[in-house]
Design a protein. Structure first.
Length: 753
């Protein structure tokens, strides 16, 4: 039995990580009411503090949030419904009565589920306001889809193993709320509520619509479904789905609407159709943007080609065809955003980069209620831009604004990092807290200190009221003589500790917070032996190094750098001369990030082939020429580490590299993201889709490894590219308890000198 307890404890001993959730007890009163806060970090950057109030009774507990960080805001203008979604749960924001309540039937932290470290799939509300469709992850790449009835609170799983698609919407509802479209394995399917509730729902294979993603699918106002496969745009209607499915061997779903002049990439391209104007907003590979008329001349289509440091992010288009879109930009080691307007000019449309004001760092854009203006939420405040005039009509100084909603009554709700405000002018006041600093009880009320002020929290509505207090007035004692509220270090996955209530006399402990359900656990060889002692390994044993290889093309660099910047992790790029010659601008931007950039030789050739005379001059010149190319572009030197093309090595290659000032780097785990579908020299088992690649990496991952990954397509034939799902891979590594370091650290600490 002793060994079993040792094994269990060691399973949860996980060490220093870059993204973490910790819990801090705030107060426990005589009636066993308690307050605690979660402290969230992404990378080394604080994310948000969320406060919770709960009660412990009859050896059980319950708690709910007091603050609501608005990570996602979903507004249903048809039914005057507003929802807040964050890593804790989903909340109904009744803006008519100024109250926020948790939808407890949807899994959340308060109901015993884990505190999420990754981007959530955005819940989808039916247009009639009766249903919410949401996802519950079951693996790194898969989620089950649930249908929640808001009226009778019935919760049903309706789809298994759909694409997880973090950060994207769960499903697309038809305007009549009778069906929705979802994505699974790069294909889209329909789900009919009428068929489901009448018991005649077809099996999933028969509900197939097309081979594309939700990003290439949209509904028009009259209920037409539009999607694109390769270079053909199709249209269909919900009333056709069932009988076309029955005759699927003779009829495909949909008829041809038009063709576009290129093939769509399933992973990176975007389409949105505006039926009123007969135009398609088309984005190719995130950089080629056009507003394509299906009836007009190609010369009448506005077109914008972004450079290598820019990527399309989000578009909004109203019924008149006007709108705006945002573009993410690599700039000085950070990701910034740029706003571009879509406006009419005589009989055509034009794109205009909006430079009239310094909007600061853009968080989000969304429409005004009449859809004639664009609201831009930034770290410097909120700006309303009138599309017809292409000018700012008003702005409000609300720092760290995340989103703004104009309701059907003309009221404004501003979601910011610290407060949720209502009202635009002199009547503007904070209604709810998004975050805070510390909390306690005062005369039986929950009180939170935020932005230099104290606020009481209404238990029923979560509304705040400012109160004049001194810090010493708060009751912040975490014991009441019978019980004590405390956090205890456990380090399971990205949890650094858990919150418990301990019965002081007996020592019995009751968990308040739940643990994450890990798909893959941190590899720990010490738990496999029959040890009679407990030993905590060194704190940095969970370190791994990601090595991104720049060989030729750079299609994945933007996505990789975006994730590195978002999670503030350490990573390594190794660049060769071919890559830098083709991608000089990208090379310069790579050098501005907090990365370790190594030398991958000037030429991408196999140094072990007989046609090369490998001597010290050849190695020295290849390393030196590549180093000078990098210095010319960046003004910086490579870190003193290198690897030969294809990672080949010999005693001479390693020796001559050392003489040139470079230590040789080899990888421990090959991601296999470079294997081509048409590669005849490798076994077919080496070619895997992204889901298989990610599962393989996570199963084989061990501390102190160097993992090699690609930054571009490099003329390889694949349908999927791992760099498009790099955030899924990295967040699952974080969930499992790994941290990220530089290759130099791995070599210095863990390899033979």
């Amino acid at each position: 039995m002793r060994y079993i307890h040792i094994f269990t404890l060691l399973l949860i001993i996980i060490f220093s990580i870059h993204s973490e959730i910790s819990f801090e007890p705030m107060s426990l009163d005589k009636d066993n009411n308690f307050i605690f806060k979660s402290k969230e970090k992404l990378g080394d950057k604080p994310y948000a503090n969320t406060f919770f109030k709960g009660k412990f009774y009859n050896n059980t507990k319950e708690f709910k949030p007091l603050t609501y960080y608005p990570e996602k805001v979903v507004y249903d203008r048809n039914n005057t419904l507003l929802y807040i979604q964050n890593r804790i749960g989903v909340y109904n924001f009744d803006y008519m009565n100024n109250s926020i309540t948790e939808i407890k039937k949807i899994p959340g932290f308060s109901s015993g589920n884990e505190y999420s470290v990754y981007d959530l799939s955005i819940v989808s509300i039916s247009p009639d306001g009766n249903y919410i469709v949401y996802k519950k992850p079951v693996s790194p790449m898969r989620s089950d889809i649930f249908l929640y009835n808001l009226k009778n609170e019935k919760n049903e799983r309706v789809v298994i193993n759909a694409d997880r698609s973090p950060g994207e919407t769960t499903a697309l509802w038809a305007p009549d709320s009778n069906s929705f479209i979802y994505q699974k394995s790069g294909k889209i399917y329909y789900f009919s509520l009428k068929d489901y509730f009448s018991g005649k729902s077809l099996s999933e294979d028969w509900r197939f619509i097309g081979e594309c993603s939700l990003k290439k699918t949209s509904w028009t106002e009259d209920g037409t479904l539009i999607w694109v496969e390769k270079n053909i745009v199709y249209q269909s209607y919900p009333e056709q789905f069932y009988y076309r499915s029955i005759y699927k061997h003779y009829l495909r779903q949909g008829t041809v609407l038009c063709k576009i002049p290129f093939d769509f990439d399933p992973a990176s391209d975007t389409l949105q159709y505006n039926k009123h104007t007969g135009r398609l907003f088309v984005v190719k590979q995130g950089i080629s943007i056009s507003y394509y008329s299906i009836d007009g001349l190609l010369t009448a289509n506005p077109y914008l080609q972004l450079n290598d440091t820019m990527r399309f992010e989000k578009v909004l288009i109203n019924s008149n065809g006007d709108g705006a879109f945002t573009v993410k930009v690599l700039k000085n080691g950070q990701i910034e955003k740029q706003l571009i307007l879509i406006t009419r000019n005589a009989n055509t449309y034009q794109f205009t980069i909006f430079k009239d004001i310094d909007t600061g760092s853009i968080s989000n854009i969304n429409f005004s209620h009449d859809m004639n203006s664009i609201f831009v939420s930034t770290d410097k405040g909120v700006f309303s831009i009138l599309l017809s005039e292409k000018k700012v009509e008003w702005n409000i100084d609300l720092p760290d604004a995340l989103e703004v909603v104009e309701t059907e009554t003309g009221e404004y709700i501003f979601f910011c990092k610290d407060f949720i405000w209502k009202g635009r002018d002199s009547d503007r006041k904070p209604l709810f807290l998004s975050s805070g600093d510390f909390a306690g009880f005062y005369k039986g009320q929950s009180v939170i200190y935020a932005k230099g002020k104290f606020f009481t929290i209404d238990d029923d509505t979560s509304r705040i009221n400012e109160i004049s207090l001194a810090a010493s007035d708060l009751y912040t004692v975490t014991t009441n003589g019978m019980f004590r509220l405390l956090s205890r270090e456990v380090k399971k996955g990205f949890y650094t500790d858990s919150l418990i209530i301990k019965e002081i006399y007996t020592g019995k402990q009751y968990d308040i917070t739940s643990f994450p359900q890990l798909y893959y656990s941190l590899y720990q060889p010490e738990i496999s032996g029959e040890f009679s002692f407990l030993d905590t390994p060194v704190s940095d044993k969970s370190e791994i190094a990601l090595l991104f290889d720049g060989v030729k093309t750079s299609e994945g660099v933007f996505d990789i750098l975006s994730v590195i910047e978002k999670y503030n992790i350490k990573a390594n790029f190794f660049l060769n001369g071919n890559f830098m010659e083709i991608n000089p601008i990208i090379t310069t931007e790579i050098s501005k990030f907090n990365l370790e950039v190594g030398n991958a030789f000037q030429y991408h050739v196999n140094l072990l082939e007989n046609k090369f005379m490998i001597d010290r001059n050849f190695i020295r010149q290849g390393l030196s020429a590549n180093e000078e190319s990098y210095f010319k572009l960046s003004g910086k030197n490579f870190s003193p580490y290198w690897h030969a093309p294809y990672f080949v090595y010999s005693e001479s290659i390693i020796k001559y590299g050392l003489e040139s000032g470079y230590r040789f780097v080899s990888y421990n785990l090959d991601s296999l993201d470079w294997v081509s579908k048409s590669d005849r020299q490798l076994s077919a088992s080496y070619f895997m889709n992204n889901e298989q690649l990610i599962e393989r990496i996570l199963k084989r991952l061990k501390p102190n490894q160097v993992i090699s990954l690609s930054t571009g397509k490099n003329d390889i034939v694949r349908e999927q590219w791992l760099f498009y799902d790099i955030e899924t891979l990295i967040t699952e590594m974080i969930r499992s308890g790994y941290s990220f370091t530089f290759v130099s650290t791995v070599i210095d600490k863990y390899r033979v000198k």
